[in-house]
Design a protein around this ligand. Structure first.
Ligand code: ADP
Ligand code: MG
Length: 292
């Protein structure tokens, strides 16, 4: 393609809300064979809702919500906002949490009203030797329905099973189908548990899933997808996604995402609408073939 046609392509893309931040990205995108997506906030809306709270032991919804809400109020994770919001709506002002700590990919902990609270994935509970066996069947059912199951432990004992649901964006399914029609393979990379990830991927129509990936493992997961030398684009929105956006042949950031993600990307979609990925590819292909 000539410098002029690249300028024209870049301009046309910008009109459609697709910003090519680097000149060679427009040329490189047409050679991509696999597109990998982050799940939360990229394929899904990124605003999960608390759908289920199943108390264990002597705990009740009313006694649990202030404690777990206070802990999650300190966390920036989308899951945390869902839980804190429900707690505040149902119980009013939240108590104060002290000694808050987040363990990336596992969960969070803090002290509230003299109680040691821990909220997170099954692997966090297993690591702390909390017995979750009575709740795992129910958790699996939630996961198979595409919900994310979490556990809360209080003073070393299991206190609740929680489920949050984060639906796909309205255009996700259609975008994935179009990408397949264009001859691309698709994949999803997520820290969420395997059963939930598989259910969401099936709903979206995505070919391949890498689940339970710790934040620092996203680049390694990309390398696995690239094992046969395929050229690969990664689409993401979060702080966690920045290294993968930089490591992919083409990093595509969602413009509604975090600044760090945007700065690490080659291409930025001005809206959260994934159809921007199809538009970006289309313009890249047309430009390289010198088609108007
Ligand atoms: P992703 O970006 O795919 O959501 P993360 O690494 O951020 O992956 O999170 C992975 C998992 O860690 C979550 O699915 C959840 O089980 C657990 N987790 C992370 N943060 C929290 C939190 N604030 N409260 C409860 N669980 C959490
Ligand atoms: Mg995300």
């Amino acid at each position: 393609a000539t410098p002029t046609s690249i300028m024209v392509g870049t301009g046309r893309a910008a009109e459609m809300g697709v910003l090519f931040r680097k000149g060679d990205a427009l040329q490189a995108l047409q050679g991509v064979e696999v597109i990998a997506f982050d799940k939360t906030g990229t394929l899904t809306r990124g605003h999960p809702e608390l759908t289920n709270l199943i108390p264990a032991g002597d705990w009740t919804r009313a006694t649990l919500l202030p404690l777990i809400g206070a802990v999650e109020d300190q966390s920036e994770h989308p899951i945390a906002r869902a839980i804190a919001e429900t707690a505040r709506t149902e119980t009013g002002a939240l108590p104060t949490a002290t000694g808050f700590r987040a363990q990336a990919g596992f969960g969070v902990r803090a002290t509230v009203n003299g109680h040691e609270i821990m909220i997170g994935a099954d692997r966090m509970m297993t690591r702390q030797k909390i017995d979750i066996a009575p709740l795992t069947d129910q958790a699996r059912e939630f996961a198979n329905a595409g919900k994310t199951p979490l556990y809360a432990a209080i003073d070393g004992e299991i206190a609740a099973l929680i489920a949050v649901s984060d639906p796909l964006k309205p255009t996700t399914r259609q975008t994935i189908a179009t990408l397949h029609d264009m001859g691309l393979k698709t994949a999803m990379i997520t820290g969420d548990n395997t059963a939930t990830a598989r259910a969401i991927a099936a709903e979206a129509g995505i070919d391949h899933v890498e689940a339970e990936v710790l934040p620092r493992g996203k680049v390694k997961a990309l390398e696995n997808l690239r094992a046969n030398g395929a050229r690969l684009a990664f689409v993401g929105d979060g702080i966690n996604d920045a290294p993968a956006l930089a490591a992919a042949d083409i990093g595509i950031a969602i413009g509604t995402g975090t600044d760090v993600a945007i700065e690490s990307a080659d291409v930025v979609l001005m809206s959260g609408d994934l159809r921007g990925v199809v538009n970006a590819l289309d313009i890249s292909r047309r430009t390289m073939r010198n088609i108007r």
